[in-house]
Write a protein that binds this ligand. Structure first.
Ligand code: APR
Length: 248
């Protein structure tokens, strides 16, 4: 661990009135949740991401996609927040107005660690949604769907899908606006465990930097947005995030 660099970032965090944290799949890696691509193993290795994570793929083979998400949901439910999630939650509880947490992760580990207000850019894998707007204009809950794989409306056949953002879909506009606002307002932007390859989330670091924030990346590997950072800390989220935040 680069101790002087770590202490320099701790000092920035201690002084910052606004901290924006962006997390990616690496945040949950030590909780045992594989990244999307790492999860394409075993039986799933013969499928293309577009088949498993797009509306076209779901419409073409709803059962296949439902089964894939059912397996991932089991993995999320079985996982526990790691020391990095806990350190962020402790900091958020101590300084309720200072930290805004933005995540690309569809798991609920930040919430289970205790952070209630999280900006979720890519949705929630545990949530059920209707595939189509209800043709009868009813506002029934997907929980009312008839059991099948995937569940469907017993009257119109509308299918239930997971509440994640699939390839080709827009991010929820309110979440993206809130994330961009938090990035612009921040004095320190901490980017943890993301490859920086998926936009528009990857643009938040640049937005923060242009608005004057000190940008820090935590990642054991190079990311596509390292050039946007004032400090790059090489290491894992469960080790470095507590080292950065504990005691602040
Ligand atoms: N601690 C911190 N970072 C880690 C760790 C760890 N223990 N292990 C891996 N990483 C880093 C990897 O080096 C990589 O840079 O986490 C990053 C994971 O990259 P991606 O899998 O591309 O995840 P992410 O950046 O969150 O992807 C964005 O793409 O798959 C879609 O919608 C999905 O939200 C996801 C989006």
């Amino acid at each position: 661990m680069d101790e002087p660099a770590l202490q320099a970032v701790r000092a920035r965090l201690a002084d910052a009135r606004k901290v924006c944290v962006l997390t990616g799949a690496g945040m949950s890696a030590e909780s045992g949740i594989p990244t999307f691509r790492d999860a394409l193993t075993g039986l799933w290795s013969r499928f293309d991401p577009m088949q498993l994570a797009s509306e076209e793929g779901f419409r073409a083979d709803p059962r296949l996609v439902w089964d894939w998400y059912a397996e991932r949901r089991l993995g999320v439910r079985a996982a526990q927040p790691n020391a990095g999630h806990m350190a962020l939650a402790t900091f958020a509880a101590r300084h309720p107005t200072r930290l805004t947490l933005v995540t690309q992760n569809v798991d609920d580990l930040h919430q289970r660690a205790g952070i209630v207000e999280t900006i979720r850019l890519h949705g929630d894998i545990l949530q059920d949604c209707w595939l189509n707007a209800c043709p009868r204009g009813r506002h029934c809950e997907p929980g009312a769907a008839a059991p099948a794989q995937p569940p469907r409306c017993s009257e119109c056949g509308n299918l239930v899908r997971p509440g994640v953002v699939w390839f080709g879909e827009m991010l929820p506009p309110a979440a993206l606006d809130a994330a961009q606002h938090a990035a612009r307002e921040s004095e320190v932007m901490l980017v943890i465990g993301t490859s920086g390859a998926v936009w528009p989330a990857a643009g938040l670091a640049q937005l923060a930097r242009r608005a004057g924030a000190y940008v820090v990346i935590v990642n054991p590997e190079p990311s596509e947005i390292d050039a946007q950072a004032h400090a790059v800390l090489r290491g894992s989220a469960a080790t470095l995030v507590p080292a950065l935040l504990d005691g602040l």
